[in-house]
Ligand binder design. Sequence first.
Ligand code: SAH
Length: 349
Amino acid sequence: MAEENINTDIKSLFPDEIKELVKEMGEKPFRAVQLFEWLHQRRVTSYEDMTNLPAVFRQRLSEQYPITVLRKADCLISKKDGTRKYLFELQDGNVIESVFMKYHHGNSVCISSQVGCAMGCRFCASTIGGKLRNLKASEMLEQIYRIQEDTGERISNIVVMGTGEPFDNYEQLIRFIRLVTNEKGLNISVRNITVSTCGIVPKMYEFAKEKLAVTLAVSLHASNDETRKKLMPIANKYTIAEVIAAAKNYYDVTGRRVTFEYALAAGENDSDNDAAQLSKILRNFPCHVNLIPVNPVDERDFKPTHHEETLKFQNKLEKNRINVTIRREMGSDINGACGQLRKSYIDRK
Ligand code: SAH
């Protein structure tokens, strides 16, 4: 499905745009409200189910505006904590991953924003085959709609931390956020959404201007530019100082604390000196650091920092009064780094 066809992708359209479409088809404006509710509140997958719309109108809609639906291709369920890893097939045959997690504060879904990724982070499995295409807003929504239907459980939190760089698919990301928070749709609180970026600085400034009160997570993973360049190609474009300045601007404009993600890889970025430098960089910035022992990927030779060393790293940051947590491991029995379910599926084919 080509990106230029996006305007016929009815599930990616805002209520006003559906109103326009309905008008062009010569139908009454209230039909637009009905359509939006069928798509985003009742989340039906076919026009046939939209029983209060005239049959002729439904027929014309199905010819001109096919509804984007994802197909569940696989699902791994953790016996330990109920975490579920989904593999969804898109209508063009590509596959993507999403994860469902149960927390005491509610259910959370981690969604993909692209098919593959172009960012090339060295430790990441999602980027190995490069980026195939952006996801449409409807395809981001569908990951949540299908999981909510499959589990029968209400989803209250969304993290855009699956495969892909959300700021490399900016327009559809914003569309997705506005649709998923629409009160006539899933009506998710914007405060319960987290968007994670590898640090595309100009987009971080643009995102602040949207005034969305979304939590921004920034993948830092290093305490100096030299190390960061070894781990993340994006570091050749923007310095850590520029990334931090953009994060501070986000906090100043939105009042939302920024989270910094730091994947600890043994011997790469986990020394005492790294902890000291990181403390210095983040001094006096009301933020949160999330330490993640790196998840080993077959194709890459990074090893996770040992638990004791991780605690030491955490301790050092805390001594410098930095707010820090170690990421709780979910679904360890169905684990494997993000992107690996998709990769094994593609390899099998
Ligand atoms: N492109 C975005 C979001 C997707 S990645 C970003 O870079 O933030 C989500 C998070 O998982 C990022 O912090 C990413 O660096 C991290 N990550 C990727 N592969 C990992 C691995 N093998 N182990 C630990 N964290 C990893």
